[in-house]
Write a protein that binds this ligand. Structure first.
Ligand SMILES: [Zn+2]
Length: 447
C-alpha cells in the first residue's frame, strides 16, 4: 500500500521534470526539496520496506547523474558519499532508511514521556510494559507484523543516545543506567560493582533522607581493602556531588541535543555517523561561481572526474595519455594541478598577485590552503573565485581536445581563462572589471 501511494505521486512529478532541461544544481535542489520531503509524512508513521527504500534511492541517483528515463549515465560518486553531510564531502541527501529510523524514534520518545496516553496503554496491554516503564516489552514472536513491533526493534539503537535525569530514583538502575556522569557506574567503577550486593537495585533503594539532608547507603559484600579505599572515596564524592531533586519524576535525557529533548534531526545526524574527515566544503561550494562549476569542483576534489586514469579503472578506456602536455598519463591531480599547461595558468595568476607558492599534492589540499583570509576587497573576491574558474577552463579545454578535436594555443587559453573569470565576476555583481587590463590591475593584495 505504502509503495503504491508513493509511486502514484512520484510518477506525476517526475513526468513533469523529465521534460525540463535542468542544471546539476537544479537537480540537486529538486532531490533535496521534493524527492526527499515528499514521503516524510508516511515515513513518520510507517516503517519503510528496504525494497522501497532502494527503489527511491535508485530514482534519486539516476536523477542526480542524468535525469530519469535517460540512457544510463555514469555515477561519478558513490551513493554513500553523496548522502553524507556537506561538511564531510557529501551532498547532504537524506538516506531514506536512516531518516525513517530517526522519524520513528519520535514514537519511542513519546512512549517514554506520554505516561498516561491511550495509545501507550494499548501498546502496554498488547506487549506488556517493562517494570520501570521506559519501553514496552520486546516481542520475539516470529509471527505477526505490527507497527509497534517494528518501532520497538529500534529501541536498542535509540537508547544508546540517552541518559537519565534522576528524580525520585524509582525508574533508574543504580549501577546499570547512565544517570550519574556520562556512563553507568558499573562501567566507571567495575571493581566496586563486583562487590555490590544488589547489582540490579534502583537508585531510590540506596538513598535515605533525614529531614533536609540525604545519605547514600550502598551495601557491599565486604569492607574495602586498602587499595580500594581511594576508589571508594571518589565514588562517594561523585554521588554526593549530584543535586537531589525531591518530588520530581525520573526523566530521560536525549544526549545528541543540548536541551536534552528528542529531535529527529539530531538522531538522524548521529545515525549517519559523520566520518570526521576534513573536507574544504566552504571553498568547494563557493557561492560566487555557477552551481554546475561548484558541482564539478566537488567531484574533482573527490578525485572522481572522468580523467583517463578513472576511465581505465572503469574499464572504459585503455590509453592513459594527457592531451594537454602530450607526455604524461592523465589523472585528476595531473590535469588540474601538475600538468605543464596547468602550471602555466597557475603561475600566471600567482605572478599577477605577486604570491609565491608551492603546488600542493591534490585538489583537496589546494582548496584547503587557498586562503580565504585575503580580505573582503575586490582582490579577495577574485582570489577566491580563481581555483574554480581555472580548473573549469582546463577541464573545458581538455574535453574540447578529446571529443571535438579543437584546441586553443596556450596564450589563447590564458586569455579565455581571464575572460571567463571576468564574466563570472560581473555576474556575481560584486566586482565589475570593465576590461581584462582592469581585471589584472585589480589582482593585487596591495590595493
Ligand atoms: Zn599533462
Amino acid at each position: 500500500m505504502f509503495g503504491t501511494m508513493l509511486w502514484k505521486r512520484w510518477k506525476k512529478r517526475l513526468a513533469g521534470w523529465k521534460r525540463l532541461y535542468l542544471s546539476k544544481g537544479a537537480h540537486l535542489t529538486l532531490i533535496k526539496s521534493t524527492l526527499s520531503s515528499l514521503p516524510t509524512y508516511y515515513l513518520s508513521l510507517f516503517p519503510l520496506p528496504v525494497s522501497i527504500a532502494r527503489w527511491i534511492e535508485k530514482i534519486q541517483r539516476d536523477f542526480l547523474w542524468g535525469g530519469v528515463g535517460d540512457e544510463h549515465k555514469i555515477h561519478l560518486v558513490n551513493w554513500k558519499q553523496v548522502c553524507s553531510p556537506i561538511a564531510q564531502g557529501g551532498l547532504g541527501i537524506r538516506n531514506m532508511l536512516l531518516f525513517n529510523k530517526a522519524l520513528l524514534g519520535k514514537w519511542l520518545w513519546r512512549y517514554v514521556n506520554e505516561f498516561d496516553s491511550l495509545w501507550r496503554r494499548v501498546v502496554d496491554c498488547k506487549y506488556g510494559s517493562q517494570k520501570r516503564g521506559w519501553c514496552s516489552n520486546q516481542t520475539r514472536a516470529p509471527y505477526g507484523v505490527s507497527l509497534w513491533k517494528y518501532i520497538r526493534a529500534g529501541w536498542e539503537s535509540f537508547a544508546k543516545h540517552t541518559t537519565f535525569k534522576m528524580g525520585d530514583g524509582s525508574r533508574i538502575k543504580f549501577w546499570k543506567d547512565s544517570w550519574c556522569g556520562d556512563q553507568p557506574l558499573q562501567t566507571r567503577f567495575p571493581e566496586l560493582f563486583r562487590l555490590a550486593c544488589d547489582p540490579n537495585a534502583t537508585v531510590d533503594t540506596h538513598l535515605r533522607f533525614h529531614d533536609a539532608t540525604h545519605v547514600w547507603d550502598i551495601e557491599f559484600y565486604r569492607p574495602f581493602q586498602d587499595w580500594e579505599v581511594e576508589m571508594g572515596v571518589s565514588f562517594m564524592e561523585l554521588l554526593y556531588s549530584l543535586p537531589i531533586r525531591r518530588g520530581t519524576m525520573d526523566s530521560m535525557w536525549w544526549q545528541p541535543s543540548t536541551k536534552g529533548i528528542f529531535e529527529v534531526r539530531s538522531y538522524y545526524s548521529v545515525l549517519v555517523q559523520p566520518s570526521g574527515t576534513y573536507f574544504p566544503w566552504k571553498r568547494v561550494w563557493n557561492s560566487k561561481v555557477p552551481s554546475r562549476v561548484a558541482f564539478f569542483i566537488w567531484t574533482a576534489a573527490l578525485g572522481r572526474i572522468l580523467t583517463t586514469d578513472n576511465l581505465r579503472r572503469r574499464r572504459i578506456l585503455i590509453l592513459d595519455w594527457c592531451c594537454m602536455c602530450q607526455s604524461d598519463g592523465e589523472s585528476v591531480n595531473h590535469l588540474l594541478l601538475h600538468c605543464k599547461v596547468a602550471q602555466e595558468l597557475w603561475n600566471m595568476i600567482l605572478n599577477m598577485f605577486g604570491v609565491s607558492w608551492g603546488m600542493p599534492r591534490d585538489v583537496v589540499d589546494l582548496l584547503s590552503c587557498w586562503s580565504g583570509n585575503v580580505g573582503k576587497g575586490d582582490a579577495g573576491v577574485i582570489w577566491r573565485a580563481i581555483p574554480h574558474c581555472l580548473m573549469w577552463c582546463l577541464w573545458g579545454e581538455r574535453n574540447a581536445r578529446t571529443f571535438v578535436d579543437e584546441s586553443r594555443s596556450l596564450p589563447d587559453l590564458k586569455l579565455h581563462f581571464l575572460q571567463s573569470l571576468s564574466f563570472w565576476l560581473k555576474a556575481s555583481r560584486i566586482v565589475n572589471p570593465v576590461s581584462i587590463t582592469d581585471l589584472i590591475d585589480l589582482c593585487c593584495f596591495c590595493n
